[in-house]
Design a protein around this ligand. Structure first.
Ligand code: GLU
Length: 546
């Protein structure tokens, strides 16, 4: 076979050579050990937690090493493409702190290794496709869909491996005359790789997450270019990651079965193989068994979920670090105040089987993260969230910024900060009672008779003085407690609860329910200070309603 002639027949317009492209995209000028990696999403519009995990890992690895992170849009499947998906993706990743140094941006491509949209790279793939044909490593295949499915059925019926290989590779050794006749008839063709691999052969391969793998050689003549001249993922991966000088490929382990082919392809093209970081899927417990998070069953797989649910970005980030690197929690305990970005992330610490996603743990981490924020930070992030998801409450809070910030300051900043808030929707039940519009009452504990509660409230109103400090205030609560025959000394009460109708804790709760409507609230003394006369009005109303 005259492969030079075949190459010219298939790619008459390709005049560039691999050497020209190599010169156009020279090695990057980076310090020793700098990692170059990328996110290479398909613009389908759906962004899931797995994308963020992959993004975070490559972001950490590149930026921690002084390297480069770029965004490449894998738009080779026009059918799946959703308009605006690239913008959605860039915004979502930015929201979670992943910013790219180069690649696709909302304003167009940025960087010296583009274009960064694969469909615009067709002429580049064709240069390498032509070279493969010239060297006898690729050939056109004119099989129709019908022929291929008949082949697949035959293979399935005979319990054989499916695919285009061996005797099934019917265009592999066809004469140039046959090929020319098809081309002249204008029949569509795909370009296939001519595999020299043998499934009897195995070799060892090191994956940065999975460890040592035993790989079986690929013997399938996979498609490199589809009939529209657009490459398959495999071919685009090899050409792009080579020309863009990717050192580390971080991707989902659903690509592992294709790895033998990728290794073969890089070798045949004469490209240096990047390092691979194959990450396991996100898992969750379903009853007693683990399963992959599913798009259909688990709303928490969608990236949009976390924003709407009101988890601060920092919380999700901190949580993902916790599940991705087993030593993160120890580091966090030793460095409670350092930003999470200072943690030294290592792909070696990833769980090869995939991280276990645990909603309760996320909530817990989020509580800790919010507890450590300043009141101003909580206010700003909360308002930003509420403007989108609870605009009415956002307006109330913004009209009362000073009060809201003061409330959010209660119990904040000390060694043991309060942990009332896990997500932004928790703010309203926590402090909505400050505004009459959102005040509702749980009602008093029915264990106590109404007359007792009324007396306690009445007595308290009679002695309350807004100028009291917290100790004086509590002394008055205790005095009222004694007057109605309840125990003001908790020790004495606990020693013999039967001896008293109730304790100072119950009396405090009468006040709390009257003022806040709830049995659980921020520090009541401070709440009364902030509410001013409104607190006394609330006590009055509660007495009327008893
Ligand atoms: N477009 C591929 C995907 O979305 C990219 C995989 C890779 O990172 O190489 O799965």
């Amino acid at each position: 076979m005259d492969t030079m002639k075949l190459a010219q027949l298939l790619f008459p317009n390709v005049t560039d050579t691999p050497e020209i492209l190599e010169a156009r995209f020279p090695a990057r000028d980076l310090p020793e050990g700098a990692i170059v990696s990328r996110m290479a999403p398909s613009p389908t519009g759906f962004i899931h937690l797995g994308n963020l995990v992959q993004g975070l890992i490559s972001e950490r690895m590149t930026h921690q090493s002084g390297g480069v992170l770029f965004l490449r849009i894998e738009d080779t499947d026009a059918k799946r493409e959703v308009e605006g998906a690239v913008e959605i993706l860039i915004d979502a990743l930015k929201y979670y702190g992943i910013e790219f140094d180069e690649g696709a941006t909302k304003e167009g491509d940025k960087g010296n290794y583009g274009p960064y949209h694969q469909r615009q790279r067709a002429p580049i793939y064709h240069v390498f496709a032509k070279k493969l044909v010239e060297e006898g490593h690729a050939y056109p295949c004119f099989c129709t869909e019908a022929e291929l499915s008949a082949m697949r059925e035959e293979q399935e019926a005979g319990k054989e491996t499916t695919g285009y290989y061996g005797k099934y590779a019917i265009w592999r050794d066809r004469s140039i005359e046959d090929i020319e006749a098809q081309l002249n008839a204008g029949n569509p063709w795909v370009l296939r790789f001519r595999s020299e691999g043998n499934i009897e052969n195995q070799f060892k391969f090191d994956d940065l997450v999975k460890g040592k793998l035993t790989i079986t050689e690929n013997n399938i003549d996979h498609v490199l270019l589809k009939s529209d001249g657009i490459p398959t993922y495999h071919f685009a991966h090899a050409v792009d990651d080579h020309l863009m000088h990717t050192t580390h490929v971080v991707r989902g382990d659903e690509w592992l079965p294709s790895l033998p082919f990728h290794i073969q392809l890089f070798k045949t093209l004469g490209f240096k193989l990047p390092k691979y970081v194959h990450i396991g899927p996100l898992m969750k417990m379903d009853g007693n068994s683990k399963r992959k998070l599913s798009k259909r069953k688990d709303p928490e797989l969608a990236m949009t979920y976390y924003k709407a649910a009101g988890f601060p970005v920092k919380a999700l980030y901190e949580y993902l670090m916790t599940v991705l690197n087993s030593n993160f929690e120890d580091w966090r305990r030793a460095n409670p105040d350092l930003p999470a970005e200072e943690f030294k992330f290592s792909p070696k610490k990833l769980n090869p089987a995939g991280a276990l996603f645990d909603y309760a743990k996320l909530t817990d981490v989020s509580k800790n993260v919010i507890a450590k924020m300043t009141a101003d930070e909580v206010y700003a992030l909360f308002v930003e969230w509420a403007k989108e998801f609870d605009p009415e409450f956002a307006a109330t809070v913004e009209e009362n910024k000073e009060l809201t910030t003061a409330v959010l300051s209660i119990g904040r900043g000390g060694k043991k900060p309060r942990k009332d808030l896990a997500v932004w929707p928790d703010v309203k039940p926590y402090m909505g009672f400050f505004f009459d519009k959102y005040f509702t009452s749980e009602g008093f504990d029915e264990k106590f008779d109404k007359a007792t509660i009324r007396t306690a409230l009445e007595k308290f109103l009679a002695v309350y003085d807004a100028a009291d400090d917290a100790t004086q205030w509590f002394d008055k609560v205790k005095a009222v407690t004694d007057e109605i025959g309840f125990a003001s000394d908790m020790k004495a009460y606990k020693a013999d609860p039967e001896a008293f109708p109730g304790s100072v804790a119950d009396v405090s709760n009468f006040l709390r329910v009257a003022i806040t409507g709830k049995t659980n609230s921020p520090d009541l003394y401070t709440v009364m200070q902030l509410l001013g006369t409104k607190a006394l009005e609330r006590i009055g109303t509660a007495m009327e309603n008893l």
